[in-house]
Design a protein around this ligand. Structure first.
Ligand SMILES: [Zn+2]
Length: 296
């Protein structure tokens, strides 16, 4: 106890020699909360992770803050999604003069494309919503971590393989949970097109007011067409997404008589005390709500 008091009173933290600090956890920056969780699951105690866009944040429209420059400059490894999700990243790493390693988590994924308003074909960045893609993310992140921290390679690989097995188990649980729902009821409305990969994996049709980014407000004409479609196809439920305003979901529910199915987590996790503090929790939470709404 006496020793601890002395350390505290002399502020010993400032005197730790460089070699001791260098042997500490590897500093990793993840672009958003879902990747931050994946890095933590794989790196464990060997990493200190900061997610630039945190819980409930919108990674599409993020505007980096001055303190992000310092965070990026202090990191050895930067993990981004890719597929056009983080349009702001090049500017940030450029301004920070980042010299560390950059990993693109989605690099092994086969991307989906969608036709957006005006017939533009766009790449859908939300690949993590298919757990089979998340397993590819895990492999890519583990390769990046072992490259920057070879001393912890064995632990990192063991964590990655255990985590991949947990994701595969969750994938099987999602499929089994949705399996009994009849095809005509497999329709869900969300604010923006974040669940295309999830829908393709499990056979659920997602309709949304906005496209694959939250950057642009939908036109009045697009909203009117969606309202008509919801009524015509008798879609049961509209979902609020944690990282966007609930205004659109509430308006669609009001206009169509569909019920509000609750809040799902698309592009960001919840805070630690919320229902989706990890990627695996997020899949389970969203699926529980989607399944309840589709059963009607
Ligand atoms: Zn999104």
């Amino acid at each position: 106890m006496r020793r601890r008091a002395l350390i505290a009173s002399f502020g010993l933290a400032g005197l730790v020699p460089f070699a001791a600090r260098a042997a500490g956890p590897v500093r990793v920056v993840a672009s958003f909360s879902i990747l931050g969780d994946m890095v933590r699951q794989i790196g464990g105690d060997a990493v200190a992770v900061t997610a630039l866009v945190g819980a409930d944040g919108d990674v599409h429209t993020y505007d980096p803050r001055p303190q992000d420059l310092r965070t990026v400059m202090a990191a050895s490894l930067l993990v981004q999604n890719g597929l056009g999700l983080e349009g702001w990243m090049v500017r940030l790493t450029g301004s920070a003069g980042f010299k560390g390693k950059i990993i693109t988590a989605a690099e092994k994924v086969t991307p989906r494309t969608m036709s957006e308003a005006g017939g533009v074909i766009a790449t859908d960045p939300h690949a993590w919503q298919d757990p089979r893609n998340a397993i590819l993310y895990v492999e890519t992140i583990a390769e990046g971590l072992t490259a920057v921290d070879p001393a912890n390679a064995a632990t990192c690989r063991a964590n990655a393989s255990r985590y991949a097995a947990q994701i595969a188990e969750t994938d099987a649980w999602v499929a089994a949970t949705l399996e009994p729902i009849p095809t005509p009821q497999r329709r869900i409305i969300t604010t923006h097109d974040a669940f295309g990969y999830y829908g393709a994996r499990y056979g659920v049709e997602f309709l949304s007011a906005e496209g694959i980014s939250t950057e642009f407000e939908p036109s009045a004409k697009a909203i009117a067409a969606l309202v008509a479609q919801i009524k015509r196809e008798k879609v049961h439920a509209v979902f609020i997404e944690n990282m966007t305003s609930d205004r659109m979901a509430r308006m669609l529910a009001n206009e169509t008589g569909a019920v509000l199915g609750g809040t799902v987590y698309s592009d960001a996790l919840s805070p630690p005390d919320g229902p989706a503090p990890t990627y695996v929790d997020m899949l389970r939470h969203n699926t529980t709500l989607f399944a309840a709404a589709m059963r009607g």
